[in-house]
Design a protein around this ligand. Structure first.
Ligand SMILES: *[C@@H]1O[C@H](CO)[C@@H](O)[C@H](O)[C@H]1NC(C)=O
Ligand SMILES: *[C@@H]1O[C@H](CO)[C@@H](O)[C@H](O)[C@H]1NC(C)=O
Ligand SMILES: *[C@@H]1O[C@H](CO)[C@@H](O)[C@H](O)[C@H]1NC(C)=O
Ligand SMILES: *[C@@H]1O[C@H](CO)[C@@H](O)[C@H](O)[C@H]1NC(C)=O
Ligand SMILES: *[C@@H]1O[C@H](CO)[C@@H](O)[C@H](O)[C@H]1NC(C)=O
Ligand SMILES: *[C@@H]1O[C@H](CO)[C@@H](O)[C@H](O)[C@H]1NC(C)=O
Ligand SMILES: *[C@@H]1O[C@H](CO)[C@@H](O)[C@H](O)[C@H]1NC(C)=O
Ligand SMILES: *[C@@H]1O[C@H](CO)[C@@H](O)[C@H](O)[C@H]1NC(C)=O
Ligand SMILES: *[C@@H]1O[C@H](CO)[C@@H](O)[C@H](O)[C@H]1NC(C)=O
Ligand SMILES: *[C@@H]1O[C@H](CO)[C@@H](O)[C@H](O)[C@H]1NC(C)=O
Ligand SMILES: *[C@@H]1O[C@H](CO)[C@@H](O)[C@H](O)[C@H]1NC(C)=O
Ligand SMILES: CC(=O)N[C@H]1CO[C@H](CO)[C@@H](O)[C@@H]1O
Length: 812
């Protein structure tokens, strides 16, 4: 405790006592300090006191008391020459000038013990000095007091001799004294002794940089001129000492992994050894023995031989992975693929690590290839390729087809060929192998080949311009692209169904049809075979009919077919006709007159038939009346009659001759025609006309009109009752006959051929005769319509003369 603190505590004690005695009106008294031979007390001022008397009386001894008087101004005073370690009763008396005691107080106090004596003082350690001193009676403790030259004082309470003053500076001179202490206080200091502390110990710093070396170093110790070091191996008696003036020392050829303790001290110039400092240091452990590695799938266990002097072991791989253990093995995990490990084991203790063991090299299982891809340079020949992996002995490539079949390829290269059929998906996985095993499965690559072409494409012409294409579905096809290429057009059809109808094609054209299966992934198979199919021939167009005669028509059309046979059908109500051609027209005959037909045409080729053309109506001309008769009604008029003709509505009959012609147009099957010239050959023709205006020309046998009736018929009365009949004949030499019809008798005469008169004899007079002179036709018949004249033949008169003409009397 520092002296200053000590005083403070005393002051506190005093203040406590003062406050206690201040309770009454009496004077207060308190002990201030105590030594072996004196007591110093303090009192309170008492008013009216002119002096104070302090008396100290030994309590338990017969010794005389001592007293001292102090002036009225004093409040403190000492009583000396007391006996050490003795209890005194101290009394204060306040007195006035008349020495009357005004007030008094008393306290008890023991004096401090005797002053001790230093017998021997020495420094064993640089921070302390040990003092041996004589014991004094009554001392409860002692205080060692050390004062440096610089005036620094330190007090160390000790209980008995020897005592040690601590917290001193090394190699420093100190003045030392001892005080004894009892409950009353402390004695005076003893006679001083001067002692120098020894030099400080070198603070040894030990390291073991290798398995056989310990390095010591320390800071220079002040005032040291030499250092002594003593090294001793743990568990051994041999010690080695050495002196040095350096501040570092290396101990070599030591045992590895062994603890050595080194004690060091410095010497001062007076060859006084300073403090000791002991440091124990273990050498680095020896290098661990052979390393063994055991691999499992996930980790590896490293084994080594344990060795003496190692706290733990570190197994370290060149990959940076490590494990430590105090035992003979440890586990490095996790292992990953493709690692090239070189494992060394180092033993470690407090000194540090040993050298690394002989390395043990090994590979882990390889990594799977980073990338894998497929090439199909030639369809069907696939090559799976992958990136090379380091530290691999060989690869196994698994090629699995989506129908389950699998191929395995074992190779040391990084490619593998396999047969890849169209329309399949292949899943490829490559494993790499080395001595440590197989790589984990890598990326599974899938590759889909282009779908196969359908084999059984069938094309049929479902209608003239529509092709229906069907095929069996093929693996892997999502869409079928059907293309039909004609000469000038290209038709597409995309569908997911294995059927396609291509309509609106050009007639009579060859189409090249290709069905390409497509997959979304790989597109379309463009190597599919094309199939050629022809469409039906084109329909004949612009049908037209010309009637060449009553029973024949020429049917013509236009057509754009390259080569085709055409058939024309002419269908009537009761009969049908056809004609064929490879050109653009053909003739149909034997048609019935007066009929209607429907005419259509179609084309045919080896592929099939075209659609029929539009049907056009055909009406043949009316039939000719099978019979026609011309009969002469009068010389200038004929009655032409004919049988009814099929299909005819009206008729135009004509009689034609160079000398004139006659015509009549009628709905009836007969007709009267005038203006007929007698004795003329007529050609007879008839035009039958249908209601639609179709006409048929009909010709018949010619008609010869009858010979002309003679003119100027005259009768002459001749002798012998003969009548001479005379006429003027027309041009030709006709035979005539003259008939006379009377009331009683009739007469006839015939001239010789070419004659124009004849005689009737023995005629009865007085009668009226109807006379007709008519030419005879070639067959000898008489023409009936020659005029009749009446003549009256009288019996009187001259015999010869003209017979009187009585006028025309008969009518037809
Ligand atoms: C001991 O020496 C080493 C190396 O010289 C140094 O790093 C270390 O701090 C020193 N230790 C002490 C306590 O001086
Ligand atoms: C080292 O020095 C000390 C003091 O001078 C001496 O007593 C001791 O014999 C010396 N030791 C050796 C090994 O020299
Ligand atoms: C001590 O270390 C050295 C070098 O590091 C080495 O050559 C030697 O083998 C080691 N000694 C032992 C016993 O391990
Ligand atoms: C040992 O591994 C740990 C982590 O795994 C790492 O932090 C440490 O630095 C490694 N030690 C050595 C000596 O490589
Ligand atoms: C495809 O591969 C097969 C079998 O390896 C081979 O015989 C054939 O020649 C190859 N084809 C082509 C075009 O390379
Ligand atoms: C694959 O090839 C390697 C070496 O080329 C061989 O060791 C291994 O047995 C083969 N594996 C199979 C399944 O053939
Ligand atoms: C094939 O691979 C692609 C891309 O890697 C993936 O999107 C697809 O789903 C795979 N197909 C199948 C059938 O596994
Ligand atoms: C297309 O299909 C055919 C036959 O089905 C096949 O041989 C060919 O390989 C396929 N084309 C491609 C590019 O795969
Ligand atoms: C479908 O047809 C069109 C032509 O009409 C063609 O360009 C396209 O590629 C086809 N699509 C598919 C998926 O086949
Ligand atoms: C046309 O018909 C004839 C006879 O029937 C036949 O020989 C020929 O091959 C046909 N021509 C065509 C183009 O059909
Ligand atoms: C013409 O002949 C037809 C048929 O024989 C007959 O009906 C008609 O009366 C005749 N006409 C004349 C004027 O003789
Ligand atoms: C005037 C005329 O040519 N008459 C002839 C009419 O036809 C007959 C017989 O066919 C002939 O004999 C006529 O000469």
């Amino acid at each position: 405790m520092q002296p200053k603190d000590f005083r403070t505590i005393i002051l506190f004690a005093f203040v406590g006592i003062v406050s206690q005695s201040a309770a009454g009106d009496d004077i207060n008294l308190a002990v201030f300090t105590v030594t072996s031979k004196s007591l110093t007390v303090r009192w309170s001022k008492y008013s009216g006191a002119s002096s104070y008397k302090i008396t100290a009386t030994p309590k338990n001894s017969p010794e005389a008391s001592a007293f001292v008087q102090f002036s009225g101004n004093s409040v403190m005073g000492s009583v000396n020459s007391l006996f050490p370690n003795t209890i005194y009763v101290v009394e204060v008396e306040a007195m006035d000038n008349a020495l009357n005691v005004l007030s008094s107080a008393e306290v008890e106090e023991i004096t401090a013990p005797e002053v001790p004596m230093i017998e021997h003082a020495y420094s064993k350690q640089s921070d302390s000095i040990t003092v041996e001193f004589s014991a004094v009676s009554g001392a409860s403790s002692y205080i060692l007091r050390a004062e440096s030259v610089a005036g620094e004082v330190s007090e160390t309470p000790v209980s008995a001799s020897p005592g040690t003053a601590l917290h001193l500076q090394p190699y420093t001179d100190y003045v030392l004294s001892v005080m004894s202490v009892n409950s009353g206080g402390r004695s005076q200091p003893s006679l001083p002794v001067e002692v120098k502390t020894v030099v400080a110990a070198p603070e040894l710093n030990a390291t073991s940089p290798s398995n056989s070396t310990i390095l010591l170093s320390w800071d220079q110790v002040e005032h040291a001129v030499l250092y002594t070091l003593c090294i001793i191996m743990e568990g051994s008696d041999t010690r080695v000492k050495l002196n040095t003036t350096n501040t570092s020392v290396a101990f070599t050829d030591l045992e590895p992994g062994t603890t050595y303790c080194i004690k060091g001290n410095a010497w001062d110039p007076h060859s006084i050894p300073g403090d000791d400092f002991t440091v124990c240091q273990i050498t680095r452990p020896p290098t661990p023995g052979p390393v063994q590695v055991m691999l499992t799938s996930r980790d590896m266990t490293v084994y080594w031989d344990t060795i003496h002097g190692a706290d733990r072991f570190l197994a370290l791989s060149t990959t940076g992975q490590n494990c430590t253990s105090p035992d003979s093995h440890c586990v490095i995990s996790p292992l990953s693929c493709g690692q090239n490990h070189s494992i060394t084991v180092t033993a470690i203790n407090q000194a540090g690590p040993s050298g690394p063991s002989e390395p043990e090299d090994f590979l882990t299982f390889p990594c799977p290839p980073e990338s894998i891809w497929v090439e199909e340079l030639v369809p069907g020949n696939c090559t799976v390729l992958w990136s090379e992996v380091p530290w691999v002995d060989y690869y196994k490539a698994f090629v699995k087809r989506d129908d389950g079949s699998e191929e395995l390829c074992n190779t040391t290269s990084n490619t593998c060929d396999y047969h890849c059929e169209c329309g399949f998906t292949y899943f490829m996985n490559v494993f790499a192998y080395n001595r440590a095993g197989s790589s984990p499965p890598g990326h599974v690559l899938n590759y889909t080949t282009i779908p196969c072409c359908p084999e059984d494409v069938s094309i049929s012409l479902v209608s003239t311009e529509t092709l229906e294409i069907t095929w069996s579905p093929v693996r892997g096809a999502e869409v079928y692209e059907t293309k039909a290429a004609g000469m000038s057009d290209l038709i597409h059809c995309n569908d997911t169904a294995p059927i396609c109808a291509l309509s609106d094609l050009k007639c009579n054209s060859r189409y090249s049809v290709v069905v390409r299966p497509c997959s979304e992934l790989r597109g379309c198979n463009s190597t599919c075979r094309s199939h050629t199919e022809e469409t039906a021939p084109c329909t004949p167009q612009n049908l037209s009919i010309t009637q060449t005669n009553v029973s024949c028509v020429n049917v013509s059309w236009s057509a754009s077919n390259e080569q085709a046979n055409y058939t024309v059908n002419v269908v009537g109500r009761t009969d049908s006709h056809t004609c064929h051609s490879t050109g653009t027209s053909c003739q149909v005959s034997h048609l019935l007159c007066g009929s209607t037909y429907e005419v259509s045409a179609f084309a045919s080729t080896s592929v099939g038939l075209s659609l029929p053309s539009y049907t056009i109506p055909l009406e043949t001309g009316p039939c000719c009346p099978p019979s026609l008769t011309v009969s002469q009604v009068t010389q200038a008029m004929t009655n032409v009659t004919w049988s009814v003709a099929t299909g005819a509505q009206s008729y135009i009959t004509s009689l034609t001759s160079p000398r004139g012609s006659a015509k009549c147009h009628t709905l009836d099957p007969h007709c009267l025609m005038g203006c007929i010239t007698c004795g003329t050959n007529y050609t007879v023709s008839l035009e039958a006309i249908s209601s639609m205006g179709h006409k048929s020309e009909c010709t018949y046998h010619g008609f010869s009109s009858s010979a002309c009736c003679p003119s100027s018929v005259k009768l002459y009365r001749m002798t012998n009752n003969t009548i001479h009949v005379y006429w003027r004949s027309s041009a030709n030499l006709n035979n005539y006959t003259a008939d006379l019809y009377g009331a009683n008798s009739n007469y006839t005469c015939t001239p010789p051929p070419g004659g124009n008169s004849c005689d009737v004899s023995e005629i009865m007079c007085g009668d009226v005769y109807t006379v007709v002179v008519a030419p005879l036709s070639h067959d000898g018949t008489k023409i009936k319509f020659c005029p009749k004249r009446m003549y009256s033949v009288s019996c009187s008169g001259s015999n010869v003369g003209m017979v009187i003409y009585r006028g025309k009397r008969s009518v037809d």
